[in-house]
Design a protein around this ligand. Sequence first.
Ligand SMILES: [Zn+2]
Length: 179
Amino acid sequence: MYGKTSNGRRAFLKATALSAVAMAPGLRGAKAETQANSPDDGFKFEVRRTEEEWRAILTPEEYHIMREGGTEKFNESPYHAEMPEGTYACKGCNLTLYSSKWKKVVDMGFVFFKHAEPNSVLTGLDIFNPYMKKKEPDALTEVHCRRCGSHMGHILIVTKGNMLHCINGTSLQFTPASA
Ligand SMILES: [Zn+2]
């Protein structure tokens, strides 16, 4: 029978729902510049680097997540369960994006914030998502750094209707408030 396989697939889908949305291809920050609202609107990220320059300052995993819109493994970042006071900056350009003031620990494998710092992130669209088959076109709100375009994660309804920034800790560098 195929029942076992089907159940296994449902379990897989449930377990990977959050990572799946972040893996979906679409309009990500690092690529947003070439897919702006109009081809001649002149939008450019303030910090721009060649692929070689990005690879020189990022680890292969950081490059995959931040420049290719990848997703870290569940609970990979130690930030997901920590609540120390301080700020979280983009590893690509050191712009402060998040603060512990708005951090929220959610046991769902990633780093969550209620809000970003003012003027710190921009949003894009992840349009294609094979795990969200709906009759109407749908998209997820993707979050990237305002200054360098590096992919951070998504804005999602996570728990009890709360809209949260679901972020790859791999993309962030924490600085304690006392430092
Ligand atoms: Zn940045």
